[in-house]
Design a protein around this ligand. Structure first.
Ligand code: SAM
Length: 473
């Protein structure tokens, strides 16, 4: 197979031989400090790196250069994303699944997990519970099961979610993480008003992929790997990538993922909207230690920093799979979105599950409330954001990337973050969080460069105090 980023075929744009050659190239050059310095200089221009260049940074063992890599990652994040952190929560609709993924407790042979699928009324209750916490963005999750979870069920659920307004609550952006599907179904998701379509590749190594997905439709490597192309063809121009770290060698995955980003850029002119960085977690019948490729926290941090540098305009997501400590480090290195107060069980927000009835996908390591997370973020100087304006204003795909590249985020996303944070403080925050938040908003107002925008925000902050909602630029 010849490597061809423009090819429509999975095995050509994720070319196994090119990955092996890249790994060998990095093995040969990882002590070549002159070459590493050249790559760092290129990285400092903030235009991204190729998969080979980025791998060399990932493999670099030199202490001083590694410090430069971490500092650059943090600076790139500040330059393009500012100090905002976007918040969301996953919503598990159904854990029925026909696949055989060996790392996932939803796998069809698991008889111990409690199987659940929410009715539209149960979804309503979940959404109200989420709105009452202050959430505005959701990531929908479901197992793959054409009978129990057909596309019509997902579409009905999206409609239900968008229709609910409880007190001042509203879910304004629904991202969707469901199995690879057809162009026709992606069109339907687009028409239903979804934000990002997220699909984790799990592993880019075809041989491992087929072993890890021994049965079910997900076994088909090409169908899964080419899903983002079909999503784009269906009109969804914000797509989110991810590999499940622990399944395969992290170096292989790192190169594969960047090749995937290069492919999307080459074919559609826009790279992935987000990259998530999940690691395998304990779950019903799943022991993460039974997988050979687990990575320690330092390697994990280095991967995050190198992704940040390689694709500077791509948002990065870390979930509650990780502990507060690991999440804090990741925020400094490039993560721009985090989930908060997540439940990975079906129906778990409105009705916490009894011990003997486990429907969860994995154990979470950050069990804090949303209020605690908001307080923690603000204490570190971050601006928690519930903004959903971009896709509602049609700033998706390359239009969002343009905004990011031209560093206009400070005049647009930053003000929106402040206005949505204000809504959160007025409607949901504890006294302590409210107090800290008001101080933060006052000082952050001064960081809006354009005077007109500053005035607009100040005016609308007062209107929010007076009960009005949902202002954005
Ligand atoms: N069924 C869809 C699919 O096949 O892509 C949705 C995926 S699932 C609801 C969301 C993600 O959770 C999976 O893509 C996988 O990477 C991750 N996951 C599965 N088992 C996990 C585990 N034990 N620990 C951490 N993450 C896990």
């Amino acid at each position: 197979m010849v490597y061809n980023p423009k090819s429509a075929k999975a095995e050509e744009f994720i070319c196994h031989q090119e990955i092996l050659d890249s790994l060998a190239y990095a093995d040969d050059n990882k002590n070549n400090l002159q070459l590493i310095d050249e790559i760092l200089e290129k990285a400092e221009q903030r235009k991204g790196l190729s998969h080979r260049e980025a791998l060399l940074l990932l493999d670099c063992q030199d202490k001083e250069r590694n410090q430069r890599i971490f500092a650059l990652a943090e600076q790139i994040k500040k330059d393009f994303y500012g100090n905002r952190i976007v918040l969301f929560a996953p919503l598990y609709l159904s854990n029925y699944c026909v696949n055989g993924c060996v790392y996932c407790p939803y796998h069809a042979k698991n008889k111990k997990i409690a199987r659940k699928k929410m009715s539209q009324d149960e979804i309503r209750q979940e959404v109200i519970a989420l709105q009452d916490m202050g959430h505005k963005r959701l990531a929908l999750e479901a197992g793959e099961d054409p009978i129990n979870n057909p596309i019509e069920y997902i579409l009905d659920s999206i409609k239900t979610i968008y229709s609910i307004q409880h007190k001042n609550g509203a879910i304004r952006r629904v991202n969707v993480n469901i199995a690879a599907t057809t162009v026709e179904n992606y069109k339907k998701l687009k028409d239903a008003g979804i934000g990002t379509y997220i699909l984790f590749q799990e592993t880019y190594n075809k041989e491992s992929y087929e072993k890890l997905h021994p049965t079910g439709p997900k076994h088909n490597y090409a169908w899964h790997t080419e899903a983002m192309d079909r999503a784009m063809e269906g009109g969804i121009d914000d797509v989110g990538l991810g590999v499940l770290y622990g399944l395969e060698s992290y170096r292989y995955e790192f190169v594969g993922q960047l090749m995937h980003a290069e492919h999307l850029e080459a074919v559609f002119g826009v790279g992935p909207h987000t990259i998530s960085v999940p690691r395998i977690k304990k779950a019903e019948g799943i022991d993460p230690n039974s997988f050979d490729n687990g990575i320690d926290d330092d390697t994990f941090a280095k991967i995050i920093a190198c992704i940040r540098i390689a694709v500077p305009y791509t948002g990065m997501i870390i979930s509650t799979r990780e502990s507060p400590k690991v999440r804090e480090r990741a925020l400094h290195l490039g993560v721009s979105q985090i989930s908060g107060a997540s439940k990975t069980s079906v129906g778990g927000y409105a009705h916490p599950e009894p011990e003997d009835e486990n429907s969860a996908q994995f154990d979470v390591s950050d069990n804090r409330t949303l209020d605690e997370i908001i307080y923690w973020l603000m204490k570190m100087g971050y601006v928690p954001s519930f903004c959903t304006a971009c896709y509602r204003e049609g700033r998706t795909g390359d239009r969002f990337m343009e905004l990011c590249k031209s560093k206009q985020i400070q005049n647009c996303c930053h003000p929106n973050a402040l206005m949505t944070l204000k809504e959160y403080l007025v409607d949901y925050a504890s006294e302590q969080t409210k107090e800290l938040g008001q101080i933060l908003i006052q000082s952050e107002l001064g960081n809006i460069p354009k005077e007109k925008v500053r005035e607009f925000v100040a005016k609308h902050l007062t209107e929010i105090e007076n009960g009005k909602r949902d202002f954005y630029l």
